[in-house]
Write a protein that binds this ligand. Sequence first.
Ligand code: FES
Length: 105
Amino acid sequence: MPEAAFAPAIGVDAVEPGKAVKVTIGGRDILICNSQGAFFAVENKCSHADEALECGRIRNGWISCPAHGARFDLESGEAMNPPAKDSIATFPLRVVDGMIEVAAG
Ligand code: FES
């Protein structure tokens, strides 16, 4: 199976530290998150009750779900505390000439 192609998502300057911006790539809702200058791409859907994660708090490499407070590791997508048990999807991300690109095909 061929690797998913990277597609331009958003400029690095548009995602401030501690913030997340929603983009749509390949028909998927994806959050581009900036945790202390490191960028991550995760699915914009909590694994607990499918709520959007986009207004969640971002700290030290995790995002918290605004609905019931589950936290997810931004790198691995793993759930860090209840009520979520399952991981959320994460996507490969790279920065090219100031543009964040995500492979979410
Ligand atoms: S929907 Fe995210 S913790 Fe419940």
